[in-house]
Ligand binder design. Structure first.
Ligand code: NAD
Ligand code: ZN
Length: 254
């Protein structure tokens, strides 16, 4: 058996035993759907300076520029994207009773599009806009973008309902995610560089509760060899396919 096959076998055995599995996903799982990540090769940060555009102070100072450079660029990718084998594999694990919840740092809605039922949008969603003055929200596709930035009925500027640098995670979402991480028996960490806090701490919490941590990423991360029990070094689509097929084999063999 190759090293990778044996790692997939070990991961599948942990999944087949799991009753309270949780997945933590990041930008990497959506790369095969055509959505670029922030960091690394081909990432958005190669083209734009995050502190200049992705910080809440930048939005407050110059909403039109942040809309033009960041939000409309991201939206252009999102409207063309469909779930890939990585998202579909996580949905299959939910159907098999392995996964309870997906905690995603992504704002693209692709887990829900793949059919996953319980998705915590840790960093919010691009599909919803929120007024910077009265906080009323509206769905992206119902708002006219003829004038940028678009405005709320109250006259305030609308912005995507996402968490920007310098902003806090919603307390209820953070608490629920921490509880799930601290009580899960398996955590799948897929396509995240594990550098953005507080999401990066969730696998550490899971590990402290003796959960089995399976990481899927073509590159090692700060979790690799320290927190992850197994790291499947490869793209999310192929690795999820192989893992899910193996879990299905084990379940049928029961
Ligand atoms: P990141 O950009 O920091 O890291 C992406 C990770 O994906 C890297 O570790 C990289 O090695 C890995 N990767 C590359 N190709 C992959 C593949 N085919 N399969 C699996 N993994 C692959 O992403 P992050 O850690 O999620 O953090 C950044 C923040 O960026 C998040 O908070 C999120 O809000 C935001 N973001 C979201 C989207 C989206 O919604 N799709 C896209 C870009 C950024
Ligand atoms: Zn308003």
């Amino acid at each position: 058996m190759t090293d990778l096959s044996s790692l997939i076998e070990q991961s599948a055995q942990a999944c087949a035993r799991a009753r309270r599995g949780v997945a933590l996903t990041g930008a990497g799982i959506s790369i095969e759907s055509g959505i670029p990540p922030f960091r690394g090769k081909g990432g958005l940060w190669e083209k734009i300076d995050p502190m200049k555009y992705a910080h809440i102070e930048a939005l407050e100072r110059n909403p039109a520029e942040v809309w033009q450079v960041l939000f409309l660029g991201i939206a252009d990718h999102l409207t063309k994207a469909a779930p890939n084998a990585g998202h579909k594999g996580l949905h299959r694990l939910e159907q098999m009773g392995v996964l309870q919840t997906i905690i995603t740092q992504n704002v693209d809605g692709l887990h829900q599009a793949a059919g996953s039922g319980d998705v915590i949008e840790f960093h919010g969603t691009h599909a919803r806009l929120r007024c910077m003055s009265c906080h009323q929200s509206a769905l992206w596709h119902t708002v006219s973008l003829e004038v940028i930035p678009p405005r709320c009925g109250c006259g305030g500027f609308l912005r995507p309902d996402v968490v920007m640098f310098g902003e806090l995670i919603d307390t209820a979402l953070l608490q629920r995610s921490q509880t799930l991480a601290a009580t899960c028996d398996v955590m799948l960490v897929v396509g995240t560089s594990a550098t953005v806090e507080p999401a990066a701490y969730l696998p550490v919490l899971a590990k402290h509760n003796s959960a089995f941590i399976i990481e899927i990423n073509p590159e090692p991360t700060p979790l690799t060899h320290r927190i992850s029990d197994v790291t499947l070094l490869g793209p999310a689509g192929e690795m999820m396919d192989r893992l899910v097929n193996k879990v299905a084999d084990l379940r049928h063999g029961d």
